[in-house]
Design a binder for this molecule. Sequence first.
Ligand code: PMP
Length: 443
Amino acid sequence: LIELDRAHLVHPVASYRGHERAGVRVLKSATGATVTDATGHQMIDGFAGLWCVNAGYGQESIVEAATRQLRELPYATGYFGLGSEPAIRLAAELAERAPGDLNHVYFTLGGSDAVDSTIRFIHYYQNARGMPGKNQFISIEQGYHGSSTVGAGLTALPAFHAGFGVPLNWQHKIPSHYAYRNPAGNDPQAIIAASVAALRNKVEELGQDRVAAFYAEPIQGSGGVLVPPPGWMKAMRDLCRELDILFVADEVITGFGRTGPLFACSEDDIVPDLMTTAKGLTSGYAPMGAVFMSDHVYDTIADGAGETAVGHGYTYSAHPVSAAVGLEVLRLYEGGLLDNGRKAGARLMSGLESLADHPLVGDVRGRGMLAAVELVVDKQCKTPLPPAAHPSRRIFDRAWDNGLIIRAFGNGVLGFAPPLCCTEAEIDAIVERTRMTLDQTLE
Ligand code: PMP
């Protein structure tokens, strides 16, 4: 398998370059929070795949729901006025639970195309209002919004920008709220004021009549789990309303119990104009993303389109098997997984905080089952570990050998996003194996 893989299967190339153990590790099976590789080595999946298997592995009821749907109706397009029962029911169930009036759901295949879809819907919205010139979009440094051309352009991570003309000329950024290394210091009010001023200035610079929307993750995930201070989302949301800019919350990571509630926006006490989700929506058992639109956005598009065609869609939008999975996953969340995730998340945070005195740990941050530990050589100066000392892949390898999968970001940040089904013992093991991995990194 390793030879075949090397010869034929393309992985995210950069993460393997120059690494001795660059061969693929073949995963064989998984149950609960534990995955087993082809050699029989078992690990706790502290990252739930790619922050997505929120419900944990081996959930029989999800397998049954998918199988039932595969037998009954494996495919139905959302085009030509067609629909399928699971897709319709899932949209209704989600609308009922989404914050405020986010009552209209458009299904995609994942997060990137959910973000792409918002861009198109927002163009339709501004056109319908007679404001086609409102076509500039703003997002945040260290944000991640997908790997498509449009999503990569909204993303502000250099690795996603090499050589294909992104960010596009209508995509703009403001600095992140990243507290640990914030030039404005780590005072929450100062951080909020700096972000508000940055967005206000950017909109002034571009012209209020030209800016269509602002994108924010409730917690910046791929940028290194950067948690804004309480009140940050609300301040940005209010500013967008004042400036007549749509506020898009990208909940692809934070949605579906990752931070505690079903949606992080509820905890932030805001209702965005649009919201994107994926990952935990189907918990990795089937590909699916969802765009939520508020009544006023949807109604404006629907009423304002007039004779103009407003086309959009993917072959696998609203896939009935994914929708059947989504319905069952939702049932599991509400049948105890969200509660367990909240308890496990509190234990994870306090466990990781107990690592704060480790010589390599500069910062511990997170909310619920979404957390990060930032590694430094010098706590006072916050000097990042020199690249030679922490090729992220090496830390990943050590953790793997210690029976733990974590995300080791290139900038010395370790990411944690375990399945919500984790037991107390599994959470404790994640913390202990992380400590062991850090100790070995010191040696
Ligand atoms: N938005 C955010 C906030 C994400 O974290 C991701 C994926 N990590 C995406 C969008 C893109 O989702 P996908 O990988 O499913 O296309």
